[in-house]
Design a protein around this ligand. Structure first.
Ligand code: IMP
Length: 181
């Protein structure tokens, strides 16, 4: 069900645009002479992925994975099931994992574990948002867009019960309306 009240703007479209551009420039500098593969986690990362790859001035490859998390609607259990797997081989490739938001870090811990089994040449994380709290991510976040408060956000690809993904900006929902999509 769509939350009754709409989200309040937290990060404007222009601020997102500028930051994603900077992240792309950092990646361009760090991967000179390489052809990295951007690996987006669906569905939340699809808009960030599209903007980030266009901000990188290198020949890049892209692929996607989709996972579902077992747990309640509000909390991630960290036990995830891969519902769409990679279509490219990432063995000996430079992989940049592209994630919309890191909350507890449990989803990414699980995914990184399974990606590492495929023996990439390197693996780095690019996350648009990281909730400013003690998350349990066991890996460094090399490219981070923004640190935000521990609030539920929507827009720019992120949803609440399958709503608000197409907002061009990022907004917050009241906590009682905040359910994972
Ligand atoms: P984690 O495993 O707790 O880090 O959760 C990561 C995943 O939960 C993200 O990829 C999102 O799909 C979802 N998620 C976590 N926080 C939010 C939020 O505030 N808004 C929308 N989705 C969220």
């Amino acid at each position: 069900m769509k939350p009754e009240r709409g989200p309040e703007e937290l990060i404007s479209a222009m601020t997102i645009h500028n930051r994603v551009k900077e992240m792309g420039q950092m990646i361009t500098k760090d991967y000179q002479g390489e052809r990295p593969i951007l690996l987006g986690l669906l569905k939340g990362s699809f808009i960030f992925m599209a903007d980030l790859c266009r901000s990188i001035d290198l020949d890049t490859d892209v692929d996607f994975m989709e996972v579902t998390s077992y747990g309640t609607q509000q909390t991630s259990s960290g036990i995830v099931r891969i519902v769409k797997d990679l279509t490219e081989s990432i063995t000996d490739r430079h992989v940049i994992l592209v994630e919309d938001i890191i909350d507890t870090g449990l989803t990414l811990n699980h995914i990184i574990g399974s990606i590492q089994l495929k023996k990439p040449a390197s693996l780095k994380v690019a996350a648009l948002l990281v909730k400013y709290k003690k998350h349990n991510l066991q890996y460094p976040i090399e490219y981070m867009g923004f640190e935000i408060e521990d609030r539920f956000v929507v827009g720019y690809g992120m949803d609440a019960s399958h709503h608000f993904r197409n907002l061009p900006w990022i907004g917050t929902l009241d906590s009682e309306q905040s359910v994972r999509g």
